[in-house]
Design a binder for this molecule. Sequence first.
Ligand code: ADP
Ligand code: MG
Length: 215
Amino acid sequence: NVSFKYNIDDEYILENINLTIEKGSIIAITGESGSGKSTFVDLICGLIMPSEGSILLDKYKANLNNKFWKNKIGYVTQDYYISDGLLINNVAFGIDEIDINKKHAIKSLNDSKFPITSYQSIENFKLIEHGKNLSGGQRQRIAIARALYKNAEILIFDEATSALDTESERQVQLALDTMMKGKTSIVVAHRLSTIINADIIIVFKKGEIVEAGSH
Ligand code: ADP
Ligand code: MG
């Protein structure tokens, strides 16, 4: 019974949301722009807290705003920070340079289908001005490669492949399908091809769930 508003004087952005997510299942969320999809996944990630109601893990009231929970989540959004320096360090974001597993970072980039021209080496590829030397598709694949590198138990994709063209999206989707096997995944998406494998499809409209169905 979760409701949420950003500011006390505002209207509710989400109202009376009830949903059970089974471990290991794939949940697809769709609905028009502004319907509350990103707000909903931010609640699951513990980036914001419910204004009313609660989120339970099994039967226990969860404080999702802690490191233990955040370490379990690989969150791919369209809104992410790219730092300057080596591409592979960006993939292992938040990890001390000395602890970075370069091989694993390169594999994650390859699995994200990060495009690179033949004269560049992925190992020495440098990012400048917060990734200004990257295309939109390359930036998005860094976000995906980060989740692959982290190998998190819970995966959340918020329109993660929407900046890609149809063919790139298909390729990246194959990598994501492999990555999602046996994991709990929440996928906010519009394209039917992205949500077709979901166990449950949820439709948001103006902050409410108007449809939840399995297929
Ligand atoms: P969706 O992801 O479905 O497009 P959002 O969850 O991003 O929808 O937004 C839902 C509503 O919440 C929108 O009306 C949006 O303007 C509002 N909103 C989103 N983020 C904030 C914020 N940080 N502060 C105030 N309002 C916000
Ligand atoms: Mg959104």
